[in-house]
Design a protein around this ligand. Structure first.
Ligand code: DGJ
Length: 743
C-alpha cells in the first residue's frame, strides 16, 4: 500500500495490492481524474489520458487556446461555470450573487492512518499501518476558502474512501448549495447501474439498468436514507455476474437525504457523483467555519458482485462497526412485538421469556408500548419512563425478572419522535419540526423532534440514560417510524433553515455517540420501520439493523439477498415469526422460516409460550443449530448462488464459508413446487478445491472442486414425481447444508 506523488508530472497514485486510483494536477490548477480500477504498476506517464487537442464548438479556459476545455477533461471534484457543462460536485453562492469558484492546487500531505470525520460516522483503522491518507488542499483566492479532498487507501481492502471539507477563511459568509462527497469520471458508459430499491416491507430489491446518455440516479428527500432507495450504487460491466466481471461499488456512510447520480455526456463518458442531496439543502459558512462531507466508500471488484459484497462486508465488519459488540458473539433474541403488539402484561411477558429461556434464547426484547401513555400508536412517544399500570415494578423490576431466568434484557425506544398526546409535546410543542403558519402533517400520528436543536438531544439523552442506568439493559432497539414533512426549525435562524436535515442527522449521531460512550456494553439495533435507515452511517453506531418489518420467509429471500449486496450478515436482523405471516398472510413451514433467518442475526418474533410441544422441540433444535454455526455465519465469506430476482433460477441459494475454508453452510430455498420434477443442482462457492468435505456429517466425502463445479444433487423430500397421491415436496421447500472439512 502506498501513495506516489510525481513532482514533475504532478500525478498522484494511490495503490495497494488490489487497486489503483490515479489523478493529476491539471494545467489550470484543478485536479484531473485519470484512473480507478485494478492495480497498476507505478508509471510517470499516466497523464496521457488528459488529451489536449484542438476542439470544436465548446468553451475554453484560456484566451486564444482551443485545447483546454473542462468539458473534455475528466475531473476529481468538478465545479460548474468554467467550461464544464456537466453537473458539478459542489456549488457555492457568494454575497455578490456569484456561483463561480476556482479552486486550484495549493498543497498536499500524505500520512499513515485515517482521520476521523467526527461528528460524522466513517470507516476507521486501529493501526496507522492499515491505511494511508492523502489530503489535497485547493484554494479559491476570491472567496478565501480552502477545499480539502481526502482520500484513504486501505492495506487489505480493495477500497478507496473519499470525502471533502470546505474551510472558509474569508470575512464574508458563503453558502454551500451543493456539496457531494465524491465524483469520478469514467471513460465510457458501458456499465449497468445497479441499486437497491423498494419501500416499507420490501426493502433492498436489486434493480439494474443500462447507463444512457443524460442523467440517471437515485436519491432520498425523506430525511432518512430510506427504504425506497438505499445509499448505494454499483456500476457494473453488462457481462458482470455474481462471480465474474468488473463491478465498482459506491456506498455512502450517511443516514440522511442523499443523491447518487450518473451523467453520461456527449462522448459517452460517465460521471458518478454521490453525497448529501443538494435538493432543499444549503449551508452557511461564516469566517473560520468548516463543512465536512460524509464519506463514500468506493470498492473495485473484477470478480463480480459477490466479491464487491465481500469487500464491503469485511470493511464494515472490522473498520466501520465499533465497540464491544463488533467482535462479540451476537445473542439469539426474542422480541414481543408480533406476539403481543401494545397489548401485554408483565405476566404475559414473563411467560414468553420463560418459554424462550427454556428453548435456548439468550435475550428478551421488550418492544413498543412500555412507556408514557403508550397503549396504541396515538400516544406516549417522547415520555421515556415506564408506564406504571403496565409495569408496576418498572423496567428494572421486569428486567431483573427476565435476567433471573438467564436471559439478557433489551428495550425499544423511538427517541426521535413525539406524539401530541404526551407530556413532552405539552411542554415543548416548539421542539417539533414545523414551519410557522403551516399545518403539520403526521405519520403514524407522530411528529419529528428537531434534533438540530442541542437542547432537544440533551433532553432525550437525559430521559433515555436514566432508564438505561437504572435497569440491567443489554440491548436497545432504536426505531424511527416516519419521514420528514414541513421541514423547518424554531431553533435555527432563517438563513440556516436549509441546514435542518443535515443538522438533524448530526443530532442523531450525537445521541448515539453519547449513549455508546456511557453504555458500551449495550448492543444497539437500529430500525426505521424495518430497513428504512439500513445504511453505513447507522452501522457505525449500531452493529445491527432490523432488516425489514416483513418477516415472511419468501419475502425475506429477496430482502436479505439484496441487503447482502452491501451489508454483512452479522448486521441483518432476521427473525422467525408466526404463521399466517402478519405482513402477507402466507403459511410457510417453521423450518423454512428458520432456514432463512439463520443467515442474519437470528431470533424469534412470536409467542413461543403458545407453541405446541412439537414446535417447541423444533425451535430448541434450531437455536442449538444456529449457536453451533453463528461464528461462521457472522464472520465468514458470503456468496449469493441463485437469485430470487432471476426468473431463470429455479431456486434461491447462498452459502457462507469460513475464512480458512474448513467449513461452510449453504441455504437452498425453492419457493413454488413444480410437477414432474427432475432434481436440482446446487453448485457451492468459495470452498478450497483441494480439501475434502462431508455434507451434513455424512460418510461420503467430496473434494471442494467437485462441490463447486458439479455441486450437490438436491432431490427434494419424497421421490414421487408421478401424478397422483404421493409424497410431494410442495411449496416452500428449504434445506440447510453443513459442509465440513474431513481431515
Ligand atoms: C416498527 C418496527 O419496525 C417494528 O419492528 C416495531 O418495533 C414497531 N415499529 C413498533 O412500533
Amino acid at each position: 500500500m502506498q501513495i506516489y506523488y510525481n513532482e514533475n508530472k504532478k500525478i498522484f497514485h494511490l495503490q495497494n495490492k488490489h487497486v489503483s486510483y490515479i489523478f493529476s494536477i491539471l494545467r489550470n490548477g484543478q485536479l484531473g481524474h485519470i484512473y480507478f480500477g485494478k492495480r497498476l504498476r507505478q508509471n510517470n506517464e499516466f497523464d496521457r489520458f488528459h488529451v489536449q487537442v484542438k476542439r470544436g464548438l465548446t468553451s475554453f479556459v484560456y484566451e486564444g487556446d482551443t485545447t483546454f476545455s473542462l468539458d473534455y477533461m475528466r475531473q476529481e471534484y468538478p465545479s460548474y461555470g468554467t467550461t464544464d457543462y456537466r453537473e458539478p460536485a459542489f456549488q457555492i453562492k457568494q454575497t455578490n450573487g456569484s456561483r463561480i469558484t476556482d479552486f486550484v492546487y495549493k498543497s498536499h500531505k500524505i500520512y499513515n492512518g485515517k482521520p476521523s470525520l467526527n461528528p460524522l460516522p466513517a470507516t476507521y483503522v486501529e493501526s496507522t499501518e492499515d491505511a494511508i491518507t492523502l489530503e489535497v488542499t485547493l484554494y479559491d483566492e476570491v472567496i478565501e476558502t480552502e477545499l480539502i479532498l481526502i482520500y484513504t487507501i486501505f492495506k487489505e481492502h480493495s477500497v478507496i474512501a473519499r470525502s471533502a471539507r470546505f474551510l472558509h477563511k474569508g470575512k464574508e459568509a458563503i453558502e454551500l448549495t451543493r456539496v457531494a462527497s465524491m465524483s469520478v469520471d469514467f471513460l465510457d458508459d458501458n456499465y449497468e447501474m445497479v441499486y437497491l430499491a423498494g419501500k416499507w416491507t420490501r426493502e433492498c430489491h436489486v434493480k439494474k439498468r443500462p447507463l444512457n446518455m443524460g442523467l440517471q440516479g437515485i436519491s432520498s428527500t425523506r430525511g432518512t436514507s430510506s427504504s425506497v432507495q438505499n445509499p448505494f450504487m454499483a456500476l457494473a460491466r453488462p457481462d458482470a455476474t455474481e462471480f465474474a466481471g468488473e463491478v465498482y461499488g459506491f456506498s455512502l456512510v450517511y443516514s440522511g437525504n442523499f443523491k447518487a447520480q450518473v451523467e453520461v455526456n456527449f462522448d459517452n463518458e460517465s460521471r458518478i457523483t454521490m453525497g448529501i442531496n443538494p435538493f432543499d439543502f444549503n449551508w452557511l459558512l461564516e469566517a473560520g467555519e468548516s463543512f465536512q462531507t460524509p464519506e463514500v466508500v468506493m470498492t473495485y471488484s473484477d470478480e463480480g458482485f459477490n466479491k464487491m459484497s465481500q469487500i464491503f462486508h469485511d470493511l464494515y465488519r472490522k473498520n466501520l462497526i465499533r465497540g464491544e459488540w463488533r467482535d462479540k458473539t451476537r445473542p439469539v433474541l426474542i422480541n414481543n412485538w408480533e406476539a403481543t403488539y401494545f397489548d401485554f402484561t408483565v405476566e404475559k411477558i414473563v411467560e414468553i421469556a420463560k418459554s424462550a429461556s427454556e428453548l435456548g434464547v439468550e435475550l428478551f426484547v421488550l418492544d413498543d408500548g412500555w412507556f408514557g401513555e403508550r397503549n396504541h400508536d396515538k400516544a406516549g412517544l417522547g415520555d421515556w419512563y415506564p408506564q406504571e399500570g403496565k409495569l408496576p415494578n418498572g423496567i428494572k423490576g421486569l428486567a431483573e425478572k427476565v435476567e433471573a431466568m438467564g436471559l439478557k434484557f433489551g428495550l425499544w425506544f423511538e427517541p426521535e419522535m413525539v406524539n401530541k398526546i404526551s407530556h413532552l409535546y405539552e411542554e415543548h410543542p416548539e421542539w417539533v419540526i414545523q414551519v410557522p403558519q403551516r399545518s403539520m402533517s403526521h405519520g403514524r400520528h407522530q411528529y419529528i423532534l428537531d434534533y438540530s436543536n442541542p437542547a432537544v438531544v440533551d433532553h432525550i439523552y437525559k430521559m433515555m440514560s436514566k432508564v438505561l442506568r437504572e435497569a440491567p439493559i443489554s440491548y436497545v432497539k432504536w426505531d424511527m417510524n416516519r419521514q420528514m414533512t414541513e421541514i423547518g426549525s424554531t431553533y435555527l435562524p432563517i438563513e440556516r433553515q436549509g441546514e435542518l436535515v443535515h443538522r438533524y442527522i448530526l443530532g442523531v449521531y450525537d445521541l448515539y455517540e453519547r449513549l455508546n460512550k456511557e453504555f458500551p456494553h449495550i448492543l444497539f439495533e437500529s430500525c426505521a420501520s424495518g430497513g428504512g435507515r439500513f445504511d453505513p452511517g447507522m452501522l457505525y453506531n449500531a452493529p445491527q439493523t432490523w432488516t425489514s418489518d416483513d418477516s415472511d420467509a419468501v419475502e425475506r429471500l429477496k430482502i436479505q439477498y439484496g441487503t447482502s449486496f452491501v451489508y454483512p450478515l452479522s448486521s441483518m436482523g432476521s427473525h422467525v415469526s408466526e404463521c399466517p405471516n402478519h405482513q402477507v398472510g402466507r403459511m410457510t413451514p417453521l423450518e423454512m422460516r428458520a432456514n432463512v433467518a439463520y443467515f442474519g442475526t437470528f431470533g424469534y418474533e412470536l409467542d413461543v409460550s403458545s407453541m405446541s410441544d412439537e414446535e417447541k422441540e423444533s425451535v430448541k433444535k434450531q437455536i442449538k443449530f444456529f449457536k453451533e454455526h453463528r461464528e461462521l455465519i457472522h464472520k465468514g465469506d458470503f456468496y449469493r448462488l441463485k437469485s430470487p430476482f432471476n426468473e431463470k433460477d429455479e431456486f434461491v441459494a447462498w452459502n457462507v464459508v469460513a475464512k480458512d475454508k474448513s467449513k461452510a453452510l449453504a441455504g437452498y430455498y425453492r419457493v413454488m413446487a413444480k410437477p414432474d420434477c427432475r432434481f436440482n443442482q446446487l453448485r457451492l462457492a468459495g470452498l478450497d478445491p483441494d480439501k475434502l468435505y462431508s455434507i451434513n456429517g455424512g460418510e461420503q466425502t467430496y473434494y471442494g472442486d467437485e462441490l463447486m463445479e458439479l455441486g450437490l444433487v438436491i432431490i427434494e423430500k419424497g421421490d414421487d414425481c408421478q401424478s397422483g397421491r404421493g409424497n410431494k415436496p410442495g411449496d416452500h421447500y428449504s434445506k440447510v447444508y453443513v459442509i465440513e472439512e474431513v481431515k
